[in-house]
Structure formats: C-alpha cells, structure tokens
Design a protein around this ligand. Structure first.
Ligand code: NAD
Ligand code: UDP
Length: 337
C-alpha cells in the first residue's frame, strides 16, 4: 500500500513516515520545505533502512499533485502540510487561508480525479475553543479563536461535506493535543528556526543556552499550581496513531474525529521540573503576564481512539522530556561542526 504524506518532512510528518515504513507501507512525501529541511528525508531512510520518494513542491500546485498521482498509485493520503503559528496567523490571515485551505481543496480535487478517496487530516484540539468541561470529548461544541484555528475548523467542514456529497470517501480527522518529544534515535524532532512559540521548544533552547530564560505566562490560572495545564503527547505515540487511522480509512468509509492525547494534564511548572530532573540541566524561568487567548486547562478524553482505532499513548512525560533534549543536543552537535 502506498501512502502520500503531505508535509512529510515536518515534525509530526517525519515521525509518521518512520512508523508507516516500519509497518510495511510505501511512502511518497510532498513538502515545499517552507518549515523543514531536505536532510529529514535521509534521516527517515537512516532510521528505517527503507526507501522514500520525495517531491519538493507545494500541495496548492495542482499540476504537481496530478504528476504525483500519475506517477504513483496512491492508496491513501495523510495531509499534514500547513502553516501552524497562531500569532502569525493573526497577522497574515490570508496566507493561512490560502495555504491551509487552498492545499486541502487542491489535494481533494486531485484525489477525486484519481479516485483516491481516503484521507487522514491533521486537525487540532484548538477546534474546541475554550471548552466548558474537561476532559474534552469529540462531541463537544467546536469553535475557533484565531485564523489558524479557523483553518482547522473549515478544513474539517470541507472534508465532512465531501463525504456527505460522496459516501465513497473515508475521512479521519485527528485532533492532536500537545505533541512534544522526538524519535529516540535523536535524528528527527522539532527544530524551529525562529524563537519558539510553544513551550517545549522554548524550554529546550533555554536548557541548551540558546535562549536565556523561560517566561511562564501566568501563575494565576484555575489549576493545581496556577500555571496552564495541557495534555502533552509523545510525537512517536502520535505517529503510531496515524498508522491506525490509515488502517481505518483503508478498510471503511465515513467521516470520524478522534482526540489524540494521553488524557493526562500537566502544568507548565510540572513540565519544567520534570525536564530539569530527567536531563539534569537548569531551566531558569520567570513568571510573566498571561499570554492573550490562553486557556486554563486542556486535556483529552482519548477513549474513542482506543475503542475505534485500538490506539492509546504509552509514553510518559519523562520520556517526552528526555527525547526532546536528546534530539536538540544531537542536532546542535551535528550542525556546529
Ligand atoms: P511542521 O511545520 O513541522 O510540518 C508541516 C510541514 O508542511 C512542513 O514541513 C512544511 O514545510 C510543509 N508545508 C506547509 N505548507 C505546505 C504546502 N502548501 N505544500 C507543501 N508543504 C507544505 O508542523 P507539524 O508540527 O509537523 O504539524 C503538522 C500538522 O499538524 C499541521 O497541519 C499542524 O497544523 C498540525 N498540528 C500541529 C500541532 C503541533 O503542536 N505541532 C498541533 C495540532 C495540529
Ligand atoms: N507557555 C509558557 N511559556 C512559553 C510558551 C508557552 O508559559 O514560552 C505556556 C502556555 O501559556 C500554555 C502552555 O505553556 O499554558 C502550552 O503552550 P503551547 O504554546 O506550547 O501550547 P498551546 O497553548 O497551543 O496549548
């Protein structure tokens, strides 16, 4: 079975390619490298000892997408390609709508032309907006608080409409909570070029002394220690869920949404303390103002993914902290020489 992975050299995409290859799937990647590096293709090969086909280009480019489908009999698609910085999406919303929604429309049009109607889509827990209750279940009301979140919500709607129009489609909407960690080989992981927006990449850069001090955004939330609580999930666990979702879409038709989290919430302070302990490294921090738009707590009820996909997260917070740091150390040592 051949799977097209859009955004396959990115953080979650690269880990998913590894898991697909290790499960016996063939993998074709398309990525325009706007937020990743070509070397990732070689690292995927190095980890798996398998071949990967790579196309450098944009998913919005219909002729390129047609070329890929002509050259390969694609059985299903995992659509990771997209821009993901919430703050940037507020500043340049049209870029987000063009890229994140345009790519989905072009991709689905070409899939229709080639009669490939099986798709796994990268959605996000952000589609729950500010949840009224915890843990979050898939049936909770959906809303968006910024353009990035709206692209996820609209894409979920577009894919659902597609299924309603043609019941031969099979769509899995995967709502990720907070992916962190890296492959235990230390070869692939998350490596933002700019100053990170997310907590774990920021902690890592403070630990490696690339940044001075972590700012913790608020300690007056309604949580165990006042700092924000999130459901952190190891990226390898997340990647394995995609293999299960691919099996599901290959074998069934329909549209379904799945929460992918551990079900366990950790506060910012808990994450920082665990990181320091596991890696025996200092992470200096200061408490600053809340970040606008942040919610107190967010964690999943992952029961449905367990029941329907036979998937659950197995890796704990210590492993997440260790693997994130291990990747950074390995990456920095390679790129300094
Ligand atoms: P990433 O930026 O590492 O990966 C996305 C990849 O898509 C990059 O390699 C980028 O070069 C590529 N890309 C972007 N637009 C493209 C286009 N038009 N054509 C071809 N390639 C394109 O991000 P990630 O963390 O791996 O996220 C993958 C997906 O999961 C995204 O859709 C993101 O919104 C979603 N998601 C991520 C998180 C998270 O915290 N990382 C949480 C929820 C959802
Ligand atoms: N956070 C923080 N300092 C940072 C980045 C994030 O205190 O430099 C906090 C943020 O307020 C939230 C948690 O860490 O409570 C997770 O934030 P992240 O941006 O990683 O994920 P999201 O907000 O999208 O869940």
């Amino acid at each position: 079975m051949k799977i097209l992975v859009t955004g396959g050299t990115g953080y979650i995409g690269s880990h998913t390619c590894v898991e697909l290859l290790e499960s016996g799937y063939e993998v074709v990647i398309v990525d325009n490298l706007c937020n990743s590096k070509r070397e990732v293709v070689d690292f995927i090969k190095e980890i798996t000892h398998k071949e990967v086909i790579f196309y450098e280009g944009d998913v919005c480019d219909k002729e390129l997408m047609r070329k890929i489908f002509k050259e390969h009999k694609i059985d299903a698609v995992i659509h990771f390609a997209g821009l993901k910085a919430v703050g940037e999406s507020v500043k340049v919303p049209l870029n987000y709508y063009r890229n994140n929604i345009g790519s989905t429309i072009t991709l689905c049009e070409v899939m229709n032309e080639f009669n490939c109607k099986k798709i796994v889509f990268s959605s996000s827990a952000t589609v729950y907006g500010s949840p009224k209750e915890l843990p979050i279940k898939e049936g909770f009301p959906l809303s968006a608080t910024n353009p990035y979140g709206r692209t996820k919500l609209y894409n979920e709607g577009i894919l659902t409409d597609l299924y309603v129009s043609d019941n031969n489609w099979s769509v899995a909407l995967l709502r990720y909570f907070n992916p962190i960690g890296a492959h235990p080989s230390g070869l692939i992981g998350e490596n933002p070029n700019d100053i990170p927006n997310n907590l774990m990449p920021y902690i890592v850069k403070v630990a490696t002394k690339e940044l001075k001090i972590l700012s913790i955004f608020g300690n007056d939330y309604q949580t165990k220690d006042g700092t924000g609580v999130r459901d952190y999930i190891h990226v390898v666990d997340l990647a394995k869920a995609h293999v299960k979702a691919i099996e599901e879409v290959l074998n069934n038709t329909g549209v379904d949404a799945y929460n992918l989290g551990t079900g366990q919430g950790y506060s910012v302070l808990e994450l920082v303390e665990t990181f320091q302990k596991v890696n025996k490294v200092e992470v200096p921090y200061q408490i600053v103002e809340r970040r606008p738009g942040d919610i107190d707590a967010c964690y999943a009820d992952p029961t449905y993914a367990k029941e329907k996909l036979n998937w659950e997260a197995t890796k704990g917070i210590e492993e997440m902290c260790r693997d994130s740091y291990n990747f950074a150390i390995n990456y920095n040592s390679k790129h300094q020489n």
